[in-house]
Each structure stands twice: as C-alpha cells, then as structure tokens.
Design a protein around this ligand. Structure first.
Ligand code: SF4
Length: 122
C-alpha cells in the first residue's frame, strides 16, 4: 500500500508560528493553500487571514486549493527536468515539514529529505 502523504507533510496540522511570517511577508502564494478553522467554527482560506485574526485561529491545515478543496499533494513540490525534486518554499516551509526534512548541507535545497518529495510528482 502506498504510504499516506498525510504522515509526511500533506494533510498536516500547522501552527500559528508558520503563518505569521507568511502574513507579514504577504506570501499569498503559500497562504492560498492553507485552510484555517476559526474559533467560531467557520472555515477560511489563509489568504483571507490577517495578523489581527490570529487569536481566532483554532486549526491550521495543509494543503488546499484556494477554493478550500483538499489537495492530495504538496503544491510546492517541484521536480526539475534533471529529475531532482525540490521544495519551492524551502526557506519558508511550515514547521511540520522542517521536522520531517532537516536541513542537509550536503544536498542543499535538494529535497530528498522531504518524505513527501520522495513520492512521485503531482
Ligand atoms: S518540504 Fe516543501 S515540498 Fe515537501 S511537503 Fe513540505 S512544503 Fe511540500
């Protein structure tokens, strides 16, 4: 059976510390793929959340389409023409990915250490 990506970066819970820099740096490219559950039970897309909303964030989930549909792959996975795979947001990736993908000086941003990136390209 194919391993579930939810164990390795997709379908993962996020933490507010992930999204704070994305909001401050206006990383709409990332925020559009984040699902937010608010304390009032309403769901929002990450691009519609501001710093003032952070106290109302109850749950953060990765990754979704901008319309809220869950993705079965990471939108930041990139397979280059040479076959190597990369994380397109390596310098800004969420903590859950860092936990699974410790920086490796030898391979630099080659994302071999990302278990999700070891899966076939979307
Ligand atoms: S490390 Fe990057 S490519 Fe891998 S799951 Fe996380 S964000 Fe996606």
């Amino acid at each position: 059976m194919r391993p579930l990506l939810r164990e390795v970066g997709v379908g993962q819970k996020g933490v507010p510390e992930d999204i704070i820099p994305w909001i401050k740096e206006n990383r709409q490219d990332i925020l559009q793929h984040v699902s937010i559950m608010l304390t009032n039970g309403k769901r929002a897309n990450g691009k519609d959340i501001g710093v003032d909303d952070l106290p109302r964030v109850a749950r953060i989930r990765y990754w979704v389409e901008p319309d809220g549909r869950a993705l079965r792959y990471c939108p930041f996975f990139h397979r280059a023409e040479d076959g190597m795979v990369y994380c397109k947001i390596h310098d800004a990736k969420p903590k859950v990915c860092i936990r699974f993908t410790p920086w490796n000086e030898e391979i630099r941003d080659y994302a071999l250490n990302c278990p999700a990136c070891r899966e076939k390209a979307p």
